[in-house]
Design a protein around this ligand. Structure first.
Ligand SMILES: Cc1cc2nc3c(=O)[nH]c(=O)nc-3n(C[C@H](O)[C@H](O)[C@H](O)COP(=O)(O)OP(=O)(O)OC[C@H]3O[C@@H](n4cnc5c(N)ncnc54)[C@H](O)[C@@H]3O)c2cc1C
Length: 328
């Protein structure tokens, strides 16, 4: 999803700045649309109204929000419990975007190739050192690459790659998040339902290919790994769906988990390392790495290739690794 209920004000600025790219991708980027509009409904029980007020104020600079009451909540998402013990109020952003990650990834890969780049997969980096004015990278299967600038965009493994290069890690924290997919109630058509999220980070669910997906919004610290769903979070997801909606989750059709990796201050990192020439950090994309990817790419192009700085309200220092005490 692209929505603003995620992250802090700086992340929201990065999301807002990325939005035009998704709405109007560059010529030749993708034949398929990069996403489709999906309303975002953030709902609150009576004991959560204070948090809803606060979020409303925080999101107002980024989206045109509507306040909705019980009747509208049911109209938008008929399975949400309302009234006593259920949602009593909500904020609605009609302009959320359900991103298509495949179209996005393929588009980026296509642009890279179109500009003479090569995408080498199945090639795990096993050694990194600097010598002769370049970074020299070796993979487990024996490929060798060298370049004056190395971008460390290894996601959950970015600190690990830095350690190989004898560079101080940032203290990145990979956190597992779980998704389940299940059937919508018989006879219902969920395709027009919103991305529905509790005001606190407890549950979100949304339609997907005729079914529904949901997450208990878990953030379980873990080492970098190929994350697998854990039974507890899978059960928690189903439990929270049943708690907040009238749906009975009879069968979990699919479950998966992935890692969302955060810098210590939960703001992404883009910038040259202070402790080695030509080593560029592009890490800590957390749970907002898709929706901020266009602007993070532009930031990277600016800092490495000297393209104009693309942001009016965020400075290079706010994204750089210097904020963790490393000085240039
Ligand atoms: C359940 C879930 C839901 C999410 N929902 C959203 C959402 O709604 N909106 C949103 O914007 N974002 C969302 N995210 C977050 C988003 O997926 C991430 O922020 C984004 O994928 C991070 O991209 P990245 O390129 O930094 O890292 P990754 O996608 O993790 O890519 C890093 C790559 O580096 C490779 N690598 C690592 N080590 C090495 C090595 N030694 N040698 C070679 N290659 C290596 C890995 O194989 C991997 O391919 C979600 C994430 C999860 C898990």
């Amino acid at each position: 999803m692209l929505h603003y209920a995620l992250g802090n004000p700086l992340v929201r600025s990065l999301t807002l700045a990325s939005r035009p790219f998704f709405e109007q991708p560059p010529e030749g980027f993708s034949e398929a649309p990069l996403g489709r509009t999906m309303p975002v409904l953030i709902h609150a029980r009576s004991d959560e109204l204070g948090d809803l007020e606060e979020l409303d104020l925080e999101l107002a600079p980024f989206a045109a929000l509507e306040r909705v009451g019980e009747a509208q909540i049911v109209e938008l998402c008929p399975v949400l419990r309302v009234g006593d013990g259920g949602a009593v109020s909500g904020i609605l952003d009609r302009n959320g975007i359900r991103l298509d990650p495949h179209a996005l990834l393929q588009g980026y890969a296509r642009m890279l190739r179109g500009r003479g780049g090569h995408l080498v997969t199945g090639a795990r980096v096993s050694a990194v050192n600097r010598g002769g004015g370049t970074w020299n990278v070796e993979t487990e299967r024996g490929d060798r690459f060298c370049a004056p600038v190395l971008v460390d965009a290894a996601g959950s493994w970015a600190d690990e790659v830095a350690r190989m290069a004898a560079i101080a890690p940032l203290g990145l924290e990979p956190k597992r998040r779980t998704i389940i997919t299940f059937d919508a109630p018989q006879g219902s058509d969920p395709s027009g339902w919103p991305f529905a999220k509790t005001v606190g980070d407890e549950l979100y669910f949304a339609p997907e290919s005729g079914r529904l997906f949901a997450s208990p919004m878990d953030e379980v610290p873990t080492d970098p790994c190929d994350a697998q769903p854990d039974d507890f979070e899978v059960a928690l997801a189903a439990h929270r769906v049943e708690e907040r909606t009238t749906i009975e989750v009879k069968r979990i059709v699919h479950k998966w988990a992935g890692l969302r990796t955060f810098a210590p201050d939960k703001v992404p990192v883009a910038g040259f390392a202070a402790d080695a020439e030509g080593f560029f950090w592009l890490a800590g994309q957390g749970g907002f790495g898709l929706q901020t990817s266009p602007i993070m790419a532009a930031v990277t192009a600016s800092l490495i290739a000297g393209a104009p700085w693309p942001l009016g309200d965020v400075t290079p220092g706010e994204l750089g690794s210097g904020r963790f005490g490393q000085t240039a």
